[in-house]
Design a protein around this ligand. Structure first.
Ligand SMILES: [Zn+2]
Length: 570
């Protein structure tokens, strides 16, 4: 006789890390209508099957809750990958010769005049550049293979671009063009432009001529991103800057149009990850109180959606830049260069004015009932942002906004405690640590570099710590992120940076699952494998809890399941 209520899906014979408060490990899980209905031993769960039940035998594989990437830029990431851009990341590209070859092949495919975009080259991993920091790929390398097409190749960090002669022509740039107010246009000894443009101020001279992505290209960008995320086991992410401020940024990859495209994909059943959006209500990197005020009053923020899938709870504010370019706003001076203690991007003539403006901008967003995510890397910016959170909540108490810092590189223990008292959080990026920790001592000195990204301090002081990729800045590879959070080893040199700030594998997994759900105000819905929660899972080919931490990076994702359906199979 058929059982009364057979389930849709059963997964058995697994090592299932529930990430419940006790981090219990079980063998089996049952799913019905996209929700988890049972968690436990093989026999008890197996007994819930019926004629239509799909059974997945995990054969000893490890399964975790679906991964949450708590801070990234999905359409921006998708626009940097094929088919919209050449893949210039390591190991696809290992030399300047490889870059030239990729451009040559693309130029043969496209029509004359069509822009060729590429993304991800990293000087540090190009054969010709390794022993010479002044060596870059230059337009003299790519001009011969791209006479008829403008070419723009962005490096992995987004801080440097390489363009060819055709692109310079279209942008009206030549030997006698004046230098930009900020950033650097590289010239050879004769004063000719080499095609290398550093920082946004200089890049804008060219990027303002790159056509905005069409609506169809934007859809492709987003779908590309989601399918790559799914392949890494990601089932939830925060898209950290979409809105009216993003129209002009890098081909419109943060455009408000994405609000509609997300809605469209959800309605079509093509949204195979749960999405939280932080709104960008003014110019990227130059946001003002007036922008926020206008945006909050006029921008139509969707409130009619199933927030388990797509929600718009928050607003993004940028307080400063990043340490590598001396644009983090610090309490103490940098150890090299003439950059003082860096600078805030918040309007104001003095540190105090910038501090006060940031505090009032946070208060404004908070008073409208939104969560605030503040990009803050320097400790001065971090302290000012947390001052803003605390004051805003004192002036208008109630609710549980869970305001948070994005990056939070140098947050002090004291500031962690103030943040924890208001249920605040920090979204850090261990994969960025892995990539750039070698360079930090030359910028902020050994001591601050070792402390940077203080995960141990954040957890010990009660902060809701989440982990993320900031894709396209790094590949959304949470497995590498867990390894780095545990070992704090540089990917390039293997050098350990600040071992006292390491956290455990279990803690690192929480930062990629339940803590992200908490940041999203959805900790009762997702983030752990417990009865009643959504059936979002990530199945991997090795036991991440017991494998030698140096081998964590070799772990592969076997399957990704969202709402009880397989969305990726390796
Ligand atoms: Zn970001």
């Amino acid at each position: 006789m058929d059982k009364p209520n057979p389930v849709d899906l059963i997964l058995i014979n697994g090592k299932i890390l529930t990430v419940n408060p006790h981090f219990d490990i079980v063998e089996a899980v049952a799913v019905k209508n996209g929700r988890i209905t049972a968690v436990g031993g093989n026999q008890a769960v197996r007994a819930l099957d019926g004629p239509g039940t799909k059974i997945i035998d995990l054969a000893g594989a490890t399964m975790l809750p679906g991964i949450n990437d708590a801070h990234m830029h999905a359409p921006f990431f998708g626009a940097t990958r094929p088919p919209l851009a050449l893949d210039l990341t390591f190991p696809a590209v290992q030399s300047i010769g490889d870059i030239v070859e990729a451009v040559r092949r693309k130029a043969a495919e496209v029509k004359p005049g069509e822009w060729i975009r590429g993304f991800g080259w990293n000087q540090g991993s190009l054969k010709e550049c390794m022993n010479d920091p002044a060596m870059f790929p230059r337009r003299s390398d790519i001009d011969p293979v791209s006479p008829n097409n403008p070419v723009i190749l962005t490096d992995f960090s987004g801080h440097t671009i390489l363009v060819n002669q055709k692109a310079l022509e279209l942008a009206g740039l030549h030997k006698d063009s004046p230098d930009p107010v900020s950033g650097e246009v590289e010239r050879d000894p004769q004063g000719e432009l080499t095609g290398i443009f550093k920082e946004l101020g200089a890049q804008a001279l060219v990027t303002s001529h790159v056509p905005i992505l069409t609506r169809e290209e934007k859809r492709i960008a987003l779908l590309t991103a989601i399918s790559i995320l799914n392949s890494h086991g990601v089932t939830s992410f925060t898209d950290a800057a979409i809105g009216p401020g993003g129209e002009a940024y890098v081909g419109g990859v943060m455009s408000a149009e994405f609000v509609d495209i997300y809605r469209e994909l959800l309605a079509e059943g093509k949204l195979t990850a749960r999405v939280t959006i932080l709104l960008l209500l003014g110019n990227y990197g130059a946001l003002t109180y007036k922008d926020l005020d206008e945006g909050l009053r006029t921008f139509k923020i969707p409130t009619d959606l199933d927030r388990e899938w797509l929600q718009f709870p928050g607003v993004k504010i940028f307080a400063d830049g990043i340490p590598l370019t001396y644009t983090s706003w610090m309490n103490e001076d940098y150890v090299s260069g003439n950059y003082g203690h860096g600078v805030s991007v918040i309007p104001g003539r003095t540190d105090q004015e910038q501090n006060d403006n940031l505090v009032s901008m946070i208060g404004l967003v908070h008073n409208h009932g939104f969560q605030v995510g503040v990009h803050a890397t320097g400790d001065r910016a971090i302290d000012a942002a947390v001052d803003g959170f605390v004051l805003a909540m004192k002036n208008k108490p109630g609710g549980d906004p869970r305001h948070y810092l994005i990056h939070g590189d140098f947050i002090s223990a004291e500031t962690c405690r103030r943040l924890s008292a208001i249920n605040g959080g920090v979204a850090m990026q261990p994969t960025i640590e892995a990539m750039i920790s070698d360079f930090e001592p030359s910028v902020v000195g050994e001591q601050r570099a070792a402390y940077e990204w203080p995960m141990r301090t954040a957890l010990d002081n009660g902060v809701n710590l989440t982990s993320s990729s900031d894709a396209p800045i790094t590949v959304p590879n949470w497995i590498l992120g867990v390894e780095n959070a545990v070992l704090r080893e540089s990917l390039t040199s293997g050098a350990v940076s600040g071992p006292e700030e390491a956290i455990t594998v279990k803690e690192a997994i929480r930062t990629y699952t339940i803590n992200g759900a908490y940041q999203d105000h959805l900790e009762t819905v997702k983030g752990s494998i417990e009865v009643g929660k959504v059936a979002d899972f990530c199945i991997i080919d090795n036991d991440i809890l017991t494998v030698d931490p140096h081998l964590i990076r070799n772990i592969k994702v076997l399957k990704t399941i969202v709402n009880g359906k397989i969305v990726y199979e390796g």
